[in-house]
Design a protein around this ligand. Structure first.
Ligand SMILES: Cc1cc2nc3c(=O)[nH]c(=O)nc-3n(C[C@H](O)[C@H](O)[C@H](O)COP(=O)(O)O)c2cc1C
Length: 240
């Protein structure tokens, strides 16, 4: 059977999605496709990342997934900086490492405590090794406005989530970080020539997962604990 050049979804040619048994160009992207729900349920933060380079085609694909996201009025006021230069990464790492993380509520059980201390150790590792990560993607949002405006953030974080899912699909490690915007927004904007009316929203380290580090099931409180029926406070559950 001749390999076809990409799948056809609702008349749209999606060149990177495998639609035949083998596709040479596709091989650079991924060995196999994973399902949407598998990706969503296993897209967790990976902070142990190999220094091995990531092909630009994959970086492009991650960003291309990002720009498919919903955004206010489809104004697409996003921009993405791809950072590979060691001196720039070192500059960022030095500041990232000394920007503290926000105080989170105390864990309410031993499972949560264990998971939190694992996360803290991984976050510390990333902070110390950020410059060794092959690619940093800085997701920015233009148009000015209040930096803490939740509606404004809604026009960039869906793109960031798409990028994390794309990384997951490609077997790449990543994690959403906001330390640059919390710790050294002014400095990083100056360093990277980011215009005044543009904010950095998130920085995604991107690389291959280090040995022993892998995607897996995310731990979250169940739907029933966070969902109400019609009015706040009334428990909701799916009726069969
Ligand atoms: C707004 C926001 C800021 C975050 N900042 C950081 C960060 O600075 N450093 C980091 O290692 N992880 C950061 N994270 C990742 C979270 O710690 C992670 O999503 C959370 O612990 C859940 O982890 P899991 O997806 O692996 O279960 C951030 C996530 C969000 C949503």
């Amino acid at each position: 059977m001749t390999p076809t050049l990409g799948a056809n979804y609702h008349g749209l040619k999606i060149p990177w999605i495998q639609d035949g048994p083998v596709r040479k160009r596709n091989e650079v992207f991924m060995a196999e496709e994973i399902g949407l729900f598998e990706a969503m349920f296993s897209q967790r933060a990976i902070r142990y990342i190999k220094p091995d380079p990531v092909p630009d085609e994959l970086v492009r694909k991650v960003i291309d997934a990002g720009i498919r996201a919903p955004n206010g009025g489809n104004t697409q006021r996003w921009s993405f900086l791809v950072i590979k230069d060691l001196a720039t990464k070192r500059w960022i790492q030095e500041r990232y490492d000394t920007t503290g993380h926000p105080v989170h509520p105390d864990p309410t059980n031993t499972g949560m405590a264990r998971s939190q201390s694992r996360n803290d150790a991984a976050a510390q590792h990333l902070a110390e090794h950020l410059h060794e990560v092959p690619v940093l993607i800085l997701a920015c949002l233009g148009g000015g406005g209040g930096a803490s405006d939740i509606s404004r953030g809604a026009s960039i974080y869906p793109a960031v989530q798409n990028m994390l899912l794309a990384a997951r699909g490609l077997g790449l490690a990543s994690v959403l970080t906001t330390r640059p915007r919390r710790g050294f927004e002014e400095g990083i904007k100056k360093l990277l020539n980011i215009p005044d009316d543009v904010d950095t929203a998130a920085m995604l380290p991107l690389g291959y997962p280090a040995e022993g580090s892998h995607y897996g099931k995310t731990r979250r409180a169940p739907v029933e604990e966070v969902t109400f029926d019609e009015k706040w406070g009334q428990p909701w559950e799916a009726k069969s």
